[in-house]
Design a protein around this ligand. Sequence first.
Ligand code: ATP
Ligand code: MG
Length: 393
Amino acid sequence: MTLFLRFYITSGLLQVLPALMTADEDEVGDRITVRSDEELKAMLSYVMWVYAGECVFSLVFAHLQVNTRPNPANVWHISLTLCCVLFFSSLKKSSAELKRILTNGQINAQDIHYQEQLGHGNGGTVYKAYHVLSKRVLAVKVIPLDITVELQKQIMSELEILYKCDSPYIIRFFSAFFVENRISICTEFMDGGSLDVYKRIPEHVLGRIAVAVVKGLTYLWSLKILHRDVKPSNMLVNTRGQVKLCDFGVSTQLVNSIAKTYVGTNAYMAPERISGEQYGIHADVWSVGISFMELALGMFPYPQQLNVTCFLSELFCCSSQDPPVLPVGQFSEKFVHFITQCMRRQPKERPAPNNLMDHSFIMQYNDGNAEVVSMWVCRCLEERRAQQAQGRI
Ligand code: ATP
Ligand code: MG
């Protein structure tokens, strides 16, 4: 059976009316086309999910008119579906349905309206984008990759694990798709951007950010995922005070394929990685240390060199110089100790996941106070806007 239905979603009123529509019409206002029972079910679940998520106490009234070829069984079936959804017995199920909508080939190039460019990294370009179907603002990372279809499939299957990632400290993954030789990775948009663009961050704010980063990493490690690219530009914040990690290396093929086209350095890498030894969780811990040192000082703790990796490998392998430490007078002892522990030259001497959570610096700021980060992000964004208006940046 093929149904063409039109949804009108007004404040609390959901109507489904029959209509034959073109794809272009879908992109206007609140109309969404569904073409089968399955899609209708998924869409209704999604609508309930959105309503339930945004206004828990609002009631959703629904009126359903289906006027297709006479087929009472279908009408009955759809009505029953609607009733079931209205009870929305399980938000989890709805969220799973949303994932199905977003991943079932329904996030594709046509459904995405690209807005501004958010940034450009070594691998690709990140855009702010609007997903018409789900009415969500997304961050879409587009990476050019000249690889075979086989490798594309392998990358897609390696990215599957991202659907299982469900943590408030990890950026939400929606979908990934290839168009010609480019992969687009669609994730949650964070309106505060990444931490690398913020200047010196005060310790009481940094403490709350560190708690989120440690929780995010602990979550990834519990899934046996090493982040492998912990650095300020992969720590994102929003005006709600949330802090989330992004760009962790779940797909070996993707990491390898990007590495082939990218000639550069990663100054946040642990000494054992720079010197080509085996590495594990402790390498991520080093990167946490050096990242937070940079965020506290407002500058990278090593002199800027053309070839940072060469410089660091010389420093770590050929000299007995100790890693840098934060100046005690300017920062609390707990914070200085936290950084020093994370940046121990010997990986085994760095804190393990449990010790990280139990560190006095982390415990001190593990108070769930998102307001502190939120107010700081909002203030910084406001200052940036004011500077832009004056033409200073
Ligand atoms: P690298 O390529 O070495 O990882 P990078 O992290 O700076 O460097 P990208 O990952 O391409 O590069 O990200 C570019 C910029 O896009 C980031 O610095 C950040 O400001 C922005 N960005 C990335 N993801 C998001 C997101 N989900 N929400 C908002 N801004 C984002
Ligand atoms: Mg990044």
